[in-house]
Ligand binder design. Sequence first.
Ligand code: GLN
Length: 236
Amino acid sequence: MVVGVLALQGSFNEHIAVLKRLGVKGVQIRKPEQLQNVSSLIIPGGESTTMAKLAEYHNLFPALREFVKMGKPVWGTCAGLIFLADKAIGQKTGGQELIGGLDCTVHRNFFGSQIQSFETELPIPGIVAKEGGPPSCRAVFIRAPAIIEVGPDVEVLADIPVSSSETANSNPAIQSEEESTKSEKKVIVAVKQGNLLATAFHPELTADTRWHSYFLKMVPEVEDGTSAIVSTSSVD
Ligand code: GLN
């Protein structure tokens, strides 16, 4: 099997390297027609405004939206998560084009700027149930977003106590902008909705391959045809 990795900008090479370690070929996707050669797609982390501008330049948005609507597995990490969200807030200037399909609201820079990036042990019961291994994974958050609202069809795979992140509490922009999240104890950092997987952190930057294995099992041909491709209601 071949997995497409959107290669406009960001950590696409790192994803391809992890896929290789799992014996799977990852191919770089830069043009709309290249999406026809793959049955699943990873959208890497990077900088979502830049990625959106490049996607627009290459006329990729219609093909990416179609890919999601067809029910093909798509995994967005960090900026990729922002890309998949139906709604993004926290932009410095105006909005940006999104692929959408994932019924959630994402705060683009919830955990702050580059210097507020951090690593943590993240409990991942949903992943452990499928992949085994230790109860948590090392999660790398780089200028990371967080999911602050999800729709009814979204399964939460991991969340993180906001109090454990000094950055979130000490970021005045977040405190003034996110009154609703201030009172909450946790924010969501990994979700699944039908064919869509999204993580606010970077599994491709650690040695733990369980997130990639989990995603590969969402691809019907890997699941031996047992997991039917089902288009989610929010993207119909
Ligand atoms: N917060 C960043 C953005 O807007 C994403 C950071 C990342 O992908 N590491 O685009």
